[in-house]
Design a protein around this ligand. Structure first.
Ligand SMILES: [Zn+2]
Length: 134
Protein backbone atom coordinates (compact mmCIF):
# COMPACT_ATOMS: atom_id res chain seq x y z
CA UNK A 1 0.00 0.00 0.00
CA UNK A 2 1.47 3.38 -0.95
CA UNK A 3 2.46 5.67 1.84
CA UNK A 4 0.90 9.09 2.11
CA UNK A 5 3.26 11.63 0.62
CA UNK A 6 4.21 13.16 3.96
CA UNK A 7 5.86 9.93 5.06
CA UNK A 8 8.19 9.64 2.07
CA UNK A 9 11.83 9.11 2.87
CA UNK A 10 13.79 11.85 1.24
CA UNK A 11 17.28 10.60 0.99
CA UNK A 12 20.15 8.95 2.64
CA UNK A 13 18.86 8.22 6.10
CA UNK A 14 16.12 9.11 8.51
CA UNK A 15 18.71 10.35 11.01
CA UNK A 16 19.92 12.89 8.50
CA UNK A 17 16.35 13.89 7.75
CA UNK A 18 15.60 14.63 11.37
CA UNK A 19 18.24 17.35 11.44
CA UNK A 20 17.29 20.90 10.66
CA UNK A 21 18.99 22.00 7.47
CA UNK A 22 19.86 25.60 6.71
CA UNK A 23 18.44 26.89 3.47
CA UNK A 24 16.20 23.88 2.98
CA UNK A 25 13.57 24.25 0.29
CA UNK A 26 10.74 21.77 0.01
CA UNK A 27 9.31 21.27 -3.48
CA UNK A 28 6.47 18.93 -2.56
CA UNK A 29 3.79 21.52 -3.28
CA UNK A 30 5.16 22.08 -6.79
CA UNK A 31 5.21 18.29 -7.24
CA UNK A 32 1.64 18.02 -6.05
CA UNK A 33 0.52 20.81 -8.41
CA UNK A 34 2.22 19.17 -11.38
CA UNK A 35 0.63 15.82 -10.62
CA UNK A 36 -2.75 17.51 -10.26
CA UNK A 37 -2.27 19.10 -13.70
CA UNK A 38 -1.31 15.69 -15.11
CA UNK A 39 -4.40 14.01 -13.67
CA UNK A 40 -6.56 16.85 -14.96
CA UNK A 41 -5.18 16.26 -18.45
CA UNK A 42 -3.48 19.62 -18.91
CA UNK A 43 0.02 18.07 -18.82
CA UNK A 44 0.93 14.92 -20.74
CA UNK A 45 2.86 11.95 -19.39
CA UNK A 46 5.50 12.64 -22.01
CA UNK A 47 6.06 16.07 -20.47
CA UNK A 48 6.51 14.85 -16.91
CA UNK A 49 8.22 11.51 -17.52
CA UNK A 50 11.30 12.92 -19.17
CA UNK A 51 14.16 11.63 -17.01
CA UNK A 52 17.41 11.64 -18.90
CA UNK A 53 19.30 8.37 -19.24
CA UNK A 54 21.96 9.39 -16.72
CA UNK A 55 19.36 10.35 -14.12
CA UNK A 56 17.58 7.03 -14.53
CA UNK A 57 20.88 5.16 -14.34
CA UNK A 58 21.88 7.02 -11.18
CA UNK A 59 18.48 6.30 -9.69
CA UNK A 60 18.98 2.60 -10.41
CA UNK A 61 22.49 2.39 -9.01
CA UNK A 62 22.71 5.12 -6.34
CA UNK A 63 19.10 5.91 -5.50
CA UNK A 64 17.31 5.19 -2.28
CA UNK A 65 14.28 2.99 -2.91
CA UNK A 66 11.01 4.45 -1.68
CA UNK A 67 8.08 2.52 -0.36
CA UNK A 68 5.78 4.89 -2.16
CA UNK A 69 4.45 3.93 -5.59
CA UNK A 70 5.22 6.05 -8.63
CA UNK A 71 2.46 8.67 -8.88
CA UNK A 72 2.34 8.26 -12.67
CA UNK A 73 2.76 4.58 -13.59
CA UNK A 74 1.95 3.14 -10.14
CA UNK A 75 4.90 0.75 -10.00
CA UNK A 76 7.21 0.41 -7.03
CA UNK A 77 10.40 1.54 -8.73
CA UNK A 78 10.56 5.02 -7.25
CA UNK A 79 13.94 6.24 -6.00
CA UNK A 80 15.41 9.37 -4.49
CA UNK A 81 18.71 10.47 -5.94
CA UNK A 82 20.85 13.09 -4.21
CA UNK A 83 23.19 15.37 -6.16
CA UNK A 84 25.60 17.74 -4.47
CA UNK A 85 26.96 20.85 -6.15
CA UNK A 86 29.82 23.02 -5.01
CA UNK A 87 33.51 23.81 -5.37
CA UNK A 88 35.76 21.06 -6.71
CA UNK A 89 32.82 18.91 -7.74
CA UNK A 90 31.84 18.10 -11.34
CA UNK A 91 29.75 20.78 -13.04
CA UNK A 92 26.85 18.34 -13.21
CA UNK A 93 27.12 17.69 -9.47
CA UNK A 94 28.17 14.55 -7.68
CA UNK A 95 25.66 11.78 -7.25
CA UNK A 96 25.88 10.83 -3.59
CA UNK A 97 25.85 7.17 -2.79
CA UNK A 98 26.20 7.08 0.97
CA UNK A 99 25.97 9.11 4.14
CA UNK A 100 29.76 9.21 4.59
CA UNK A 101 30.07 11.32 1.44
CA UNK A 102 27.58 13.86 2.77
CA UNK A 103 29.40 14.02 6.08
CA UNK A 104 32.77 14.47 4.39
CA UNK A 105 31.50 17.26 2.13
CA UNK A 106 29.72 19.04 4.97
CA UNK A 107 33.04 19.26 6.88
CA UNK A 108 34.69 21.26 4.10
CA UNK A 109 34.94 25.02 4.42
CA UNK A 110 33.06 25.66 1.19
CA UNK A 111 29.31 25.72 0.77
CA UNK A 112 27.71 22.73 -0.90
CA UNK A 113 24.10 22.36 -1.90
CA UNK A 114 22.30 19.03 -2.14
CA UNK A 115 19.34 18.39 -4.42
CA UNK A 116 17.13 15.38 -3.88
CA UNK A 117 15.30 14.21 -6.99
CA UNK A 118 12.52 11.64 -7.06
CA UNK A 119 12.84 9.35 -10.08
CA UNK A 120 10.80 6.43 -11.39
CA UNK A 121 13.10 4.05 -13.20
CA UNK A 122 10.15 2.55 -15.08
CA UNK A 123 8.37 5.54 -16.62
CA UNK A 124 10.91 8.33 -16.22
CA UNK A 125 8.86 10.47 -13.85
CA UNK A 126 11.19 12.84 -12.04
CA UNK A 127 10.78 15.83 -9.80
CA UNK A 128 12.95 17.84 -7.47
CA UNK A 129 11.83 17.05 -3.94
CA UNK A 130 14.00 19.29 -1.83
CA UNK A 131 17.30 21.10 -1.65
CA UNK A 132 19.46 22.04 1.31
CA UNK A 133 22.84 23.44 2.19
CA UNK A 134 25.30 20.96 3.65
ZN1 LIG B 1 6.63 5.59 -12.92
Amino acid sequence: MPLPYGSVKFGLSDAVMARHRPGEIDYRLARQNLLHAFRAGSVSQLQICDAQTELTRNASHCGVALEEMCPVCVTNNLRNVTYVFGPRLPSGGRCITNLAEVTRLSRRQATYTAYVVEVCIDCGWNHLIRSYVL
